[in-house]
Ligand binder design. Structure first.
Ligand SMILES: *Cc1c(COP(=O)(O)O)cnc(C)c1O
Length: 458
């Protein structure tokens, strides 16, 4: 015992965290410590390190939920041990997942919302993979039945989020990315004919283009695919990537026809953790009707003495996000979602006006008709600074506002994008606009040149 006695009081007896053994040296990077610490100390040091991360509430680059009420925290804490794949052990979590699928099928006007099939995922990326896989399997079955070659599948889309590039690479499908036309921010229907053929497993339309935040014209894309079928016989299904728009359009643009009201739309994905308002870690994929999901892709797990079909890439996964999603549905209802999203749209539109008045920008999207967001480019030919400089400058005040080039064929155009989501108040938008004006003044006066620092006068 004597060997273990330290020269100083035991860790538990130390009042001060920063004189503990664990804080004597930098926290381990490559090897676990040999001995234990106490939760109070380990917690404080890890939390302290995390303060170097950006403030999520000032992150205007993300579509993802960064605010939650206390009840959500409590439901999440209460579900910490629940594994969604254990349907038999947690049948009510499974029931809640299934309710969410049917509620979404109804929200998106499936012809059979109570009977169609869908699943929760870790986000839109997994949901997109599953949507893409279903398209690939259905196409292959069709081709084989015709005795045709089924070795070179392709999928056609405009400027997609990276998850579709992943899908294409991981599952050996050629991604045919339709180049952006001059002045366009997404796929235009008349471009399709040159890109689809008998090996096209499907077309992806995006409700809320990642780069600019407006919607691709899903109904016109569907109509063009109808016309292509009339002219060529090719019957190509449409998948809608509604990662963000799936929770905006039904509430704030109810007359926009983009969902299962269009017969061409076979499947839809969305991110519950974006405008679905659930905490990070949940997405959804829903098929128009149950027969559109090939049964070869479905695995059955035990459920209340019977079996339940599942479709996912993961096995174990936390149940809390799904429960929190259902809580949001029950709490807010359609009226609540409409109010929350409309607030965001109003704030985005007001911010767009401010940005417009600042002078050097051309607005690409002003927060109307699509997602609650603003995107813009620099319009002055040579203002002496770039949007990357402006991003850096805003970062000094904690704001995370990304600048990036538009995807293929317009990659000379650099855009900046501000996302407004639940928790970004009108007040915050005004503070951001003030900081943007200040940053522009500094950039123009050269005060932001090399060596210049906010708040320091040499
Ligand atoms: C965010 C996004 C994705 C990826 O969604 P995750 O939920 O982050 O996996 C896919 N497509 C679009 C259009 C998106 O905006």
């Amino acid at each position: 015992m004597a060997l273990h006695k330290a020269d100083r009081p035991a860790e538990e007896q130390l009042a001060d965290i920063f004189t503990s053994r664990l804080s004597e040296a930098p926290l381990p990077k490559y090897r676990m410590p040999e001995t234990q610490s106490v939760p109070r100390v380990a917690y404080a040091l890890v939390r302290d390190e995390l303060s170097l991360d950006g403030d999520a509430s000032q992150n205007l680059a993300t579509f993802c939920t960064t605010w939650a009420d206390d009840e959500t925290y409590r439901l999440m804490a209460g579900s910490l041990g629940k594994n969604v794949i254990d349907k038999d052990e947690y049948p009510q979590t499974a029931e809640i997942e299934s309710r969410c699928v049917h509620i979404l099928a109804d929200l998106w006007n499936s012809p059979e919302p109570r009977h169609t099939i869908g699943c929760s995922t870790t986000g839109s990326s997994e949901a997109a993979m599953l949507g893409g896989l279903a398209l690939k399997w259905s196409w292959r079955k069709r081709r084989r039945a015709e005795g045709a070659d089924a070795s070179r599948p392709n999928i056609v889309a405009g400027p997609v989020q990276v998850c579709w590039e992943k899908f294409a690479r991981y599952f050996d499908v050629e991604l045919r990315q339709v180049p952006l036309e001059e002045g366009a921010t997404g796929l235009r229907p008349h471009q399709l004919r040159d890109h689809v053929d008998e090996n096209t497993i499907g077309v992806v339309a995006i409700l809320g283009v990642t780069f600019t935040c407006d919607y691709e014209p899903v109904a016109d894309i569907a109509a063009e695919l109808d016309a292509i079928q009339r002219d060529t016989g090719l019957d190509i299904p449409l998948h809608v990537d509604a990662a963000s728009g799936g929770f905006i359009a039904p509430f704030c643009q109810p007359d926009l026809v983009w969902d299962f009201r269009l017969e061409r739309v076979a499947s839809i994905n969305t991110s519950g953790h974006k405008y679905g308002l659930a905490p990070l870690g949940v997405g959804w994929a829903v098929w128009r009707t149950a027969d559109l999901l090939p049964e070869e892709l479905v695995f059955n797990v035990d459920y209340l003495g019977g079996e339940m079909p599942t479709f996912s890439l993961n096995f174990s996964r936390p149940g809390g996000e799904i429960i929190a999603q259902y809580y949001d549905f029950v709490l807010l209802g359609r009226e609540g979602y409409r109010t929350v999203q409309q607030h965001c749209l109003d704030t985005a539109a007001r911010l767009a006006e401010e940005v417009d008045r600042m002078g050097p920008f051309t607005l690409l999207y002003r927060g109307e008709g699509g997602l609650p967001a603003v995107s813009y480019t620099l319009s002055e030919p040579d203002p002496g600074f770039s949007l990357y400089d402006l991003s850096d400058r805003l970062r000094m005040r904690g704001w995370q506002v990304p600048a990036y080039p538009l995807p293929p064929d317009r990659d000379m155009t650099v855009v900046q994008r501000v996302l407004v989501r639940h928790g970004i108040s009108a007040d915050k938008a005004v503070l951001l606009a003030e900081d943007m004006r200040r940053a522009l003044r500094e950039l123009r006066s050269g005060a932001a040149g090399p060596g210049a620092r906010i708040g320091f006068h040499h």
